[in-house]
Design a protein around this ligand. Sequence first.
Ligand SMILES: NC(=O)c1ccc[n+]([C@@H]2O[C@H](COP(=O)([O-])OP(=O)(O)OC[C@H]3O[C@@H](n4cnc5c(N)ncnc54)[C@H](O)[C@@H]3O)[C@@H](O)[C@H]2O)c1
Length: 292
Amino acid sequence: MGTLDGRVAIITGAGRGIGREHALFFANEGAKVVVNDLGGANDGSGADISPAQQVVDEIREAGGEAVVNGDNVADWQGAQRLVNSAIEAFGDLDILVNNAGILRDRVLVNMTEEEWDAVIAVHLKGHFAPSRWAAAYWREQHKAGVTKARNIVHTSSTSGLFANPGQANYGAAKTGIATFSQIIAKELIRYNVKSNTIAPGARTRLTLATPGLENIMKPVEGSFDQWDPANISPLVAYLSTADCAFTGETFLVQGGNVTMIESWARGAGVDSDAKWAVTDLAAALAPLARKS
Ligand SMILES: NC(=O)c1ccc[n+]([C@@H]2O[C@H](COP(=O)([O-])OP(=O)(O)OC[C@H]3O[C@@H](n4cnc5c(N)ncnc54)[C@H](O)[C@@H]3O)[C@@H](O)[C@H]2O)c1
């Protein structure tokens, strides 16, 4: 018995890295998997379906069920085709794992419009569009009396949640994804859909492109490989189970560590019975300023 027996899952960006591990793990847990990947370079340029096809071949050789999909998750019609491909191949859709991603790191003063737009498109729209088509299908199913549990898992990053300099495009998208997940968790619970987010840490071509990380992430012979991307998948599988206890949450996951992230919260403040004068407001707020 697998924890995802018979469930149908779409995993975006599953040709490489963390998504590839999710696809193999999900299939091993009994899920039928749509392996989506555009197959471009780190910066999103180009397309190549062969990495995704290899994952499908590997799953089938191990006795599992999988189909390939090469659509761009940031394309509105492509995202609809992706959702339809699960229904056409396996007759249903239970799980959507939004994982596809690219990087175009640059400090703000040098960032081009294209670098901004490409990263926002793949991450933010690439989470929105598949979620939107999946949710529309699930609402239709729910109205027709099929009320079983469905799950979405999104992929954020500490680069956004903890505001990493040099990644304004990526970080803004990744923080946006965490809030997007919280909002749709509230909207979709009426259709028995749960929505959670992970912020992973793992050795993939994306992280290996960052100077210095290769040494930090090197496996140490004879000890637990903390940075193996396969370590991320058990949490994503759990968040994809029908009786998962969470919705609207964000989890850091790296190696054997899983930590819940607290959302934005109200902090210290000041009050006035009338409209503030700027100088009075400055004096009232001064004790609250953070020392840097
Ligand atoms: N590796 C980490 O430590 C880390 C940290 C934080 C967040 N993440 C996030 O995890 C996710 C997976 O990243 P990874 O590290 O495995 O990188 P990766 O480059 O190995 O995998 C990303 C995959 O997404 C695919 N992809 C890119 N754009 C696509 C598109 N428009 N449509 C469909 N597929 C597309 C790529 O072809 C690639 O196979 C990303 O969202 C990334 O931002 C990773």
